[in-house]
Design a protein around this ligand. Sequence first.
Ligand SMILES: NC(=O)c1ccc[n+]([C@@H]2O[C@H](COP(=O)([O-])OP(=O)(O)OC[C@H]3O[C@@H](n4cnc5c(N)ncnc54)[C@H](OP(=O)(O)O)[C@@H]3O)[C@@H](O)[C@H]2O)c1
Length: 193
Amino acid sequence: MKSKVGIIGRGNVGSALARGLERAGYEVSVRGNDAAAVRELGAWAPIVILAAPHGAVDAVVAALGDTIAGKVLVDATNALTPEFQLALGFTTSAAEELQKKAPAARVVKAFNTIFAQNMESGQVLGQKLTVFAAGDDAAARAATLELASAIGFDAVDAGPLAHARYLEPFGVLAIRLAYGLGMGPGIGFRLVH
Ligand SMILES: NC(=O)c1ccc[n+]([C@@H]2O[C@H](COP(=O)([O-])OP(=O)(O)OC[C@H]3O[C@@H](n4cnc5c(N)ncnc54)[C@H](OP(=O)(O)O)[C@@H]3O)[C@@H](O)[C@H]2O)c1
């Protein structure tokens, strides 16, 4: 029996991950900007994926409240300024800031380097893309890697949550390649290993 997965955000990312996870046999529930529904989701799911805009993090954490204690909280956000620059980095990351705001959750950074249109299959041109998972709790990382593999990604353990400092600029590189340099979102990164 596969795990229940809650997804916060029913936009490009949330809906694509939901389709991929449902196809892989997970029981998935998706909620949008509705605090009561987000709280209900937190109570229901052992794994919650945050697929809302980075600016919504405080509201989401407040809505989840104590329901997220002990749960895996996967941070798929990219924290960008309005000019599409990285909003924070070097000495912290969006994921580490999320962990400080929700200290009882087991935060894992993952999926932020993948374009939404490739999230349902985990592949581009028949090749598996690599999803990196960084978090301080080994079991939470493993649970995230299992989800990503089940969707169809190549899933790689990227170590502690502080490594989100490297994954987040990597997400910005993807955005630059796709939208700044005209390659479009039908691209993705693959680690040869
Ligand atoms: N698009 C990509 O290719 C991509 C790739 C990697 C990472 N990301 C990151 O993933 C996140 C989502 O991106 P997206 O493209 O899916 O955005 P999107 O299509 O604009 O969808 C955002 C979703 O977030 C929900 N939301 C907003 N405020 C909320 C709140 N306070 N509580 C709960 N839900 C809230 C919205 O709910 P309603 O539907 O109720 O309005 C909406 O469903 C962003 O952080 C982005 O940086 C995006």
